[in-house]
Design a protein around this ligand. Structure first.
Ligand code: SAM
Ligand code: FES
Length: 362
């Protein structure tokens, strides 16, 4: 802890406050400054306190005490991709594969609607069974059945024409984490056929088509340096997404990273506050991965500036099979239990879970 009484301490104190103040004032920094900000914050509780305070202030300014909820429907764990860190990547022969039928997906929506969900997030691997037209048909059916609900898709990289088709079918939002904004790190986490530039292009296409768009990254992925996180922050500022999803990397036993350490909860929470300041109106979830790493992870996320939670609406029989990483929480609960549990957690953190689409205020 720098001292205010010694000369050297004062200089350090001033330096840390200068860069923190500059960030709070401008909602932005250069890449090297982000590296410095993270370093300073991790070394100095006072800097962390200033960042959290500002993040909570901004969150309250734009969202009051409201927390939005999204019903997550994990509808397929088949995937043509082979992301090295992911438990459902195609080369994991031990993954028990499943896909939901259109009727099962609609049943999840009906159940969710009754529980107060007004956003449905359809997430899955890149499963070729769900052709452009099959997906469009499912989106249309949800749009017809639940006209006042928002539909979010999270099904990976596709052509702009495909994204357009789904938008016209009634999809409102799209989540596609950029995973990392550093090309070399991206290359080390993914096989060659997965192209760094293409993923970023998808995000720009989605924005252009009028989707409320979400990007994001894992914290603590194998080989990640502070410089990479700083690059992620620079990219987020440039993209200016409506949503930003970040969560700690968690190893999966059937991947090459089985023995790697998980990402830190403290660093994730710090980055949530930094992202809230960087993009004050962004929709920022306290993720399941954060809750998996720490029983109070999601509460800590909310207290750091997050304003969204995503309880699981997937059928109980398939929950365990959507295993992206080890020890994933909420695989044994019914949707109603998940919703109740999260409402309690949100309230205990001083917020209110609302029945609302929770659209972007950007
Ligand atoms: N296929 C879609 C896509 O590529 O965007 C959505 C599904 S993918 C499983 C959703 C997210 O899970 C990824 O963007 C990634 O950040 C996260 N994820 C995958 N493996 C993970 C792991 N081992 N630890 C933490 N998060 C992980
Ligand atoms: Fe496709 Fe993980 S590799 S969802």
């Amino acid at each position: 802890m720098p001292s205010l009484l010694t000369g050297k301490g004062s200089v350090e104190y001033n330096e840390s406050m200068n860069i923190t103040d500059k960030f709070i004032k401008n909602n932005n920094l250069a890449k090297e400054e982000f590296v410095e900000l993270i370093r300073l914050a991790e070394a100095d509780a006072e800097v962390r306190r200033s960042l959290t305070e500002e993040a909570v202030k901004l969150r309250r300014k734009y969202y009051g005490i409201d927390v939005y909820t999204r019903g997550l429907i994990e509808f397929t764990n088949y995937c043509r991709n082979d992301c090295y860190y992911c438990g459902i990547r195609r080369s994991n022969r031990n993954a028990e594969r499943y896909r939901l039928t259109k009727e099962e997906i609609l049943e999840c929506c009906r159940n969710g609607y009754g529980l107060g969900f007004r956003t449905f997030v359809l997430q899955g691997g890149e499963d070729p069974y769900f052709t452009d037209e099959r997906m469009a048909d499912i989106v249309r059916a949800i749009r017809d059945g639940f006209p006042e609900c928002a539909i979010t898709l999270s099904v990976g990289e596709h052509s702009k024409d495909t994204y357009r088709l789904w938008k016209e079918a009634g999809a409102d939002r799209y989540l596609l984490r950029h995973e990392t904004a550093d090309e070399a790190l991206y290359g080390s986490l993914h096989p060659k056929e997965m192209d760094f530039a293409r993923r970023r292009q998808c995000l720009y296409d989605l924005k252009e088509l009028g989707y409320q768009t979400g990007a994001g990254f894992m914290v603590g992925s194998p080989g990640q340096k502070l410089e990479d996180l700083a690059e992620d922050l620079v990219f987020l500022k440039e993209l200016n997404p409506n949503m930003a999803g970040i969560g700690p990397f968690i190893p999966h036993h059937d991947t090459r990273y089985a023995g790697e350490p998980a990402g830190s909860v403290e660093r994730t929470v710090l980055l949530l506050s930094i992202i809230r300041i960087l993009l004050p109106k962004v929709l920022l979830p306290a993720t399941t991965a954060l809750g998996t790493m720490d029983p109070l992870g999601r509460e800590k996320g909310l207290a750091a500036g997050a304003n969204v939670v995503m309880p699981n609406l997937s059928p109980l029989k398939n929950r365990r099979q959507y295993e992206l990483y080890d020890n994933k929480i909420c695989t044994g609960e019914e949707a109603a239990e998940c919703r109740m549990c999260l409402a309690g957690r949100v309230e205990s953190a001083g917020y209110r879970l609302v029945i609302d689409r929770g659209d972007s205020k950007l």
